[in-house]
Design a protein around this ligand. Sequence first.
Ligand code: GLV
Length: 327
Amino acid sequence: MSKPKLFSTHVLFEEPRRRLAEHFDVEYWTGSERPSRPEVLQRVAGKGALICLLTERVDQELLDAAGPNLRIVANVAVGYDNIDVPACTERKIAVSNTPGVLDETTADFTWALLMAVARRLVEGDRLARSGGWLQWNFDLLCGTDIWGKTLGIIGLGRIGRAVARRASGFGMRVIYNSTSRAPAEIEQELHAEYLTQEQVLRQADFLSLHVPLNQKTRGLIGREQLAKMKKTAFLVNTTRGPVVQEAALVQALEDGVIAGAALDVFEREPLISDGLRRDNVVLAPHLGSASIETRTKMAMIAAENAIAFFAGKRPPTILNPEVWPRS
Ligand code: GLV
């Protein structure tokens, strides 16, 4: 019997490739640059499964291009704002994401950014490697203490909790706001206080965003919210760019409304507003989950979802279980 056809918009890593080869007739996008939209539409045609990255927009147009054979879209990301899930559900196409495996890795990176901006690490690196560092100086690149400060978290889901957990090593006070309050034992474990969003904005020295991007969170942090923050506070964003109104952030940085920002995500990736290229902003190209171990696990989860589906089993991290079992 011939194997079902699968298109993956990335070559992934060896382990998931081996696993997929056992079950699918796989076509990978092997270009060094991401495939263009017409290339994705052309390659997905007639496939039974699609493994895609957060850069692929899975919408009616793509589903039309894929045709009726498409059964599952496995996103190699926990966020799935790139996928029109209701449109998939309507066509009885399963959608899966990769929850759970990237929380600690993304939390590590959130802290890397937070620490880099607070202690001016990137500025220091630039100076040291430029040859421009001529003598030690008492007030050279003095930053801001992290220990003992207040960490504000918006969105205390899995990643938000992993970020909060790390704060105890820094003796920080942790405050948070989330759509729903965490259970008491989680608050105790994290020493996290639930406050209103306004209180979190006003009290945080470091404000870290961990909400998913959806209709409610798009543009969540704009001029009004930034104005509530301390002048000495830093904004850290490792979730999705459009959660922050980038133009408002640029203005706030220009006007000294906040002290700085550390950003892994942007409104129009990979474009970055020129106004963010400042010394008090640390920029990263969406690397939150980018460790070999975690990216391998993410690709394996996507592979296992596709494999399960075609083996007649429920995809383990299906997002629209109402399409399962497929009638
Ligand atoms: C990365 O941004 C993800 O959503 O997994």
